[in-house]
Design a protein around this ligand. Structure first.
Ligand code: KPL
Length: 296
């Protein structure tokens, strides 16, 4: 679903977080004729990288201009946020955001932009199941799965044009449901694989880990069901299917722990714990992994 096409000029995006998904998003918006500039904390030259696609289409070379927050002259009208959630506050604080900025949040977890955008901003949440691997200089786009953009409104006028260049991009009027589904998977798979330093498939193969995954999923379902009685619950089969489909993968949180970087635990399990508190729900399994990861 989208609004009628408009003759408005294509937007110019400022991208925060040129990691795997941020770079893929930059390649798609560039292909759609949008502008894109990467915001970096320190002066640096353009980012030069290549993207290889699993369907065999030609290697794409991408050169992205960069800018520091203090050298941005015009207020930012379109912002793509693809950094890891723990860096969001510091990355956005120095940015000159327009009062009506449109921000697309391509991050795990929920709520990392709360309180960081002007009151007139439009926040579009994005949920993707695409997968990219590689280095800063080269990205292997392993899977171009569905990506949903959405908020409470109709799609913006630039959406149809972008969709033509972003494989499997959809506008979702029920983005919250999509976010919650991804949240439950991330809240179960990520902390367990990080704490036990195992690939995702271990949560299927190891009975003890499987039982802990089941508890995390059941607690997450209890919170989401209490927040919204139309939440279907019973997410275990869906989460197990993700763990199975990504059996050999290192979850993003395990990768963060392996390189001693901050994890996204606050935006994932932390969000569930904060949502559960006013509902009077104790989430012992989430509390345990949250504390264990914070204690690292
Ligand atoms: O999204 C993921 C992540 O690692 O952050 C999953 C689905 C768990 C795949 O590894």
């Amino acid at each position: 679903m989208s609004t009628a096409a408009s003759s408005a000029a294509p937007p110019h995006w400022h991208l925060v977080g040129a990691g795997h998904i941020g770079t893929l998003a930059a390649a798609y918006v560039r292909a759609a004729g949008h502008g894109v500039t990467v915001v970096r904390p320190h002066t640096a030259g353009p980012i030069k990288t290549t993207l290889a696609f699993a369907d065999g289409r030609p290697l794409q070379r991408l050169t992205l201009p960069t800018v520091t927050p203090t050298s941005i002259e015009q207020p930012i009208s379109h912002l793509l946020v693809a950094c890891k959630t723990p860096y969001t506050r510091a990355a956005l604080a120095p940015l000159p955001l327009a009062a009506t900025v449109t921000a697309v949040r391509l991050q795990n977890g929920i709520g990392s932009l709360d309180g960081l955008l002007p009151s007139g901003a439009r926040l579009i949440d994005a949920v993707t199941t695409s997968a990219v691997k590689g280095t800063r200089a080269h990205h292997d786009v392993v899977a171009e799965n569905t990506t949903w953009f959405g908020d409470d409104g109709a799609a913006p006028d630039w959406f149809d044009g972008l969709r033509a260049h972003w494989p499997n991009l959809e506008w979702s009027a029920s983005i919250r449901r999509r976010q919650w589904q991804k949240l439950v998977a991330n809240a179960a798979i990520n902390p367990l694989t990080a704490l036990h330093d195992v690939p995702n498939g271990a949560l299927i193969e190891d009975a003890a880990l499987h039982a802990r995954m089941r508890d995390l999923v059941a607690e997450a379902d209890s919170v989401l069901g209490a927040l919204d009685d139309s939440w279907p619950g019973d997410s275990l089969a869906a989460v197990a299917a993700i763990a199975r489909a990504t059996a050999g993968n290192t979850s993003s949180m395990r990768a963060d722990v392996q390189r001693d970087a901050p994890t996204e635990i606050e935006a994932i399990n932390g969000w569930l714990l904060r949502a559960a508190a006013p509902l009077g729900l104790a989430l012992p399994a989430h509390r345990a992994v949250f504390e264990a990861l914070r204690a690292r």
